[in-house]
Structure formats: structure tokens, C-alpha cells
Design a protein around this ligand. Structure first.
Ligand code: COA
Length: 162
């Protein structure tokens, strides 16, 4: 039941309005449209959306992930799920697909920053086996620090146990 009807696919330019709606609902300091547009034509950037069928039968984008591939590292820039669709495995489905793509691209690790105050996201990443490996002082616009999280990848098995 939990992950039924979630479909993850590469993002497309026409997804942008819905991606932005999810972003705005998820963050107090959402990215401006120009940044998303920039990333859509950045050759280092990869994006996925998760669609979920609504009771009307129409599929709606309810979550997305955006990351950079830098040499053998994946740097996760944004991951968000619309509040109405949370706690149904959407983010987990996005991360599973991201990891598959990362392994295909020979990446060895996933890195990301998260606010120390974002306890839900920290619990989410902890549940996927991410470990805290550093802190970036005054990283966010409001001067909150960022925690740096890391997860190793293995070419054979996807995520490694650490
Ligand atoms: C963090 C976020 C992406 C999680 O999305 P989601 O689709 O609700 O997460 P999932 O349903 O895939 O949850 C997977 C696991 O994460 C953990 N988790 C997710 N939400 C949680 C919550 N509110 N409280 C505690 N644990 C939670 C649980 O371990 C969960 O597994 P379970 O449901 O089997 O217990 C979502 O809450 C969100 O968009 N938050 C705002 C944006 C954000 O903070 N993004 C990350 C910034 S780095």
C-alpha cells in the first residue's frame, strides 16, 4: 500500500511549475525560478520527479530530487516531497532511483547538507544510513550551520553498509 502508484522519472522542463510548488511548500527559503532553470541546462545536474496518481486519475508531481555529479561524487542539492504526500515512501523511492543512477555513473559517495534544526530530514537520511561527517559554519542565508552527511556507494550493491 505504502509505495503504490509512485512513479519516479527524469524531470522535464514542463515539470518546473510543480517542482517549484513542492519546493515552496517544503522550504522557508525556496530557490528562485532562475536557479531551477539554470540547473535544467547544467550538464552536471540531474533531476528526478516522483508522480503519484490522484483520486481523479490524474498523476501529479509530488516530489523531486536534484543533484550534481562531480567526478565520483554525488552532491544532493535538493530533495522535497509535498506535505500532502509525505510519509508514503516518496522520498525513499526518489533516493532509490538516484542511487541506481549514481552507480551507473560510477559514483562512489553521496554528500549533502542539512540544517541541524531539520530533524525530520535528519531522521530520513539516518534511516538510509547517511553519517554525519562535518559541519559547515553559517552555511545558510539565515546563518544556520549545515551538517554534512555522507553515504558510500558500491558498484555492486548500491549503498554500502558502513
Ligand atoms: C524529508 C522529506 C523529503 C521526507 O519525505 P517523505 O516522502 O515523507 O519520506 P518517506 O515517506 O520516504 O520516509 C522514509 C523514512 O524517513 C523517516 N521519516 C520520514 N518522515 C519522518 C517524520 N516526519 N518523522 C520521523 N521519521 C520520518 C522514516 O524513517 C521513514 O520511514 P517509515 O515511514 O517507514 O518510518 C520530507 O519530509 C520533506 O520534503 N521535507 C521538507 C524538505 C526537506 O527538509 N528536504 C530535505 C532537506 S536536506
Amino acid at each position: 500500500m505504502k509505495e503504490r502508484s509512485i512513479h519516479v522519472r527524469a524531470w522535464r522542463r514542463e515539470d518546473l511549475p510543480r517542482v517549484e510548488a513542492v519546493e515552496r511548500a517544503g522550504f522557508s527559503d525556496p530557490w528562485p525560478t532562475e536557479l531551477f532553470e539554470q540547473e535544467m541546462s547544467n550538464e552536471l545536474a540531474r533531476g528526478l520527479v516522483a508522480e503519484q496518481a490522484q483520486s481523479s486519475g490524474v498523476s501529479l508531481v509530488v516530489g523531486f530530487a536534484l543533484w550534481w555529479v562531480v567526478c565520483d561524487e554525488i552532491h544532493l542539492l535538493v530533495l522535497a516531497v509535498h506535505p500532502d504526500a509525505r510519509r508514503h515512501g516518496v522520498a525513499r523511492a526518489l533516493m532509490a532511483q538516484l542511487e541506481e543512477q549514481a552507480v551507473v555513473e560510477s559514483a562512489r559517495e553521496i554528500l549533502l547538507e542539512v540544517r541541524p534544526s531539520n530533524l525530520v530530514a535528519r531522521e530520513f537520511y539516518r534511516s538510509l544510513g547517511f553519517a554525519e561527517v562535518g559541519r559547515r559554519r553559517r552555511y545558510y542565508g539565515d546563518a544556520e550551520d549545515a551538517l554534512l552527511l555522507r553515504r558510500a556507494l558500491s558498484a555492486e550493491h548500491g549503498l554500502e553498509e558502513e
